[in-house]
Design a protein around this ligand. Structure first.
Ligand SMILES: [Zn+2]
Length: 338
């Protein structure tokens, strides 16, 4: 139960930053609107070891969510429209926006067709290194390493560790250990070095994985031409912006935006912070996003809803749309106890 609540807290609630309109957050929290955050949308996979499963939902679950919103007469709006309604204080109707992080090909293959059934807009936040095919999807690489391995030898600080990976439970424990370690490393260089070494040792090709999973620029171009689709920025390298110097953090935002604008030939006005939690996006990052001219910048903090692949249960849908954050908390507690 603690695990369930932690997952719901981490991925289930988030914040919305609006340029020059922080105070307008309040209506979102009191049940006027919601932003759904997704990553992968694709058919369920067979493998027992799926440590990143919270980052994916099936097309059927997405469809059920949209049906539910429609049944509640909730408008599904683009990020531009959401921004406009918040800035103008138009809260006569409830509304929701769908956002997908990272720029995965399954967003085009599986999410778009479902959203089209409902004429529902979506925003896809693109990491430019991922579209280049050179990105570091280190959490996916780590899953592949551990899926293949029987054991993992690793030097963490001064201690040499040997992690068992012979069973699903052992693999999950190894993943949790290494995931926490990698996320806590001081710099992107350290993360690149360590995940690179693991991939080399265990024969995982991180670039092939990136090209296999992520939309290329050419694909993004046709994706972006769909009137339902908004492309937003999600940094260049998917680094933790709060850990970078101010110059680098500003550059990550501005350069990723410029790159997308140059390729897609349309303005990029929306940003999602990589990771988006309290340790990855704070006051400095909010100010940088504002001065970079983004209309909205979304985090994973209160105000933003996530569709968590571990909880694809239609019983949570009324909770997701029930409005107030407190009601959601109560709702999740009720479900956890049921
Ligand atoms: Zn991301």
């Amino acid at each position: 139960m603690k695990q369930l609540r932690n997952n719901v807290i981490r991925a289930g609630l988030g914040a919305l930053y609006l340029s020059g309109a922080h105070h307008l957050l309040r209506p979102l929290l009191s049940g006027v609107g919601a932003i759904f955050m997704l990553h992968h949308v694709r058919p369920a996979r067979e493998a027992a070891f799926q440590p990143n499963r919270h980052l994916e939902v099936t097309p059927d679950f997405l469809r059920a969510t949209l049906c539910h919103l429609r049944s509640r007469d909730i408008d599904i709006v683009s990020m531009d429209e959401l921004h406009e309604r918040l800035v103008q204080g138009r809260f006569d109707r409830r509304f929701a926006a769908f956002t997908l992080d990272d720029g995965y090909r399954d967003n085009l293959d599986y999410a778009l067709p479902v959203l089209r059934e409902f004429d529902a807009p979506l925003a896809v936040y693109v990491t430019s290194d991922f579209a280049d095919g050179t990105g570091r999807l280190w959490w996916t690489a780590l899953e592949a390493v551990i899926a293949k391995a029987e054991q993992i030898d690793i030097q963490i600080g001064n201690s040499a560790l040997r992690l068992d990976a012979t069973s699903v439970a052992a693999k999950q424990a190894a993943f949790d250990r290494l995931h926490d370690w990698l996320r806590a490393l001081p710099g992107e260089q350290d993360l690149a070095r360590e995940i690179g070494a693991l991939c080399r040792t265990h024969g995982v090709d991180m670039e092939a994985q990136c090209r296999g999973l992520c939309l290329s620029w050419a694909e993004l171009k046709s994706f972006a031409a769909d009137p339902l689709v908004t492309i937003g920025a999600h940094s260049i390298s998917h680094c933790n912006l709060a850990k970078q110097t101010e110059d680098i953090a500003a550059q990550e935002m501005a350069a990723s935006r410029a790159r997308i604008e140059q390729v897609l030939e349309r303005p990029v006005l929306h940003l999602a912070y990589p990771y988006g939690d309290r340790d990855a996006a704070g006051a400095r990052e909010f100010a940088l996003a504002a001065s970079a001219g983004f209309k909205t910048a979304v985090t994973t903090r209160p105000g933003m809803l996530s569709l968590n692949g571990n909880y694809q249960d239609a019983r949570i849908l009324p909770v997701l749309t029930s409005g107030a954050a407190t009601a959601m908390w109560n709702g999740f507690r009720r479900i956890a106890a049921a």
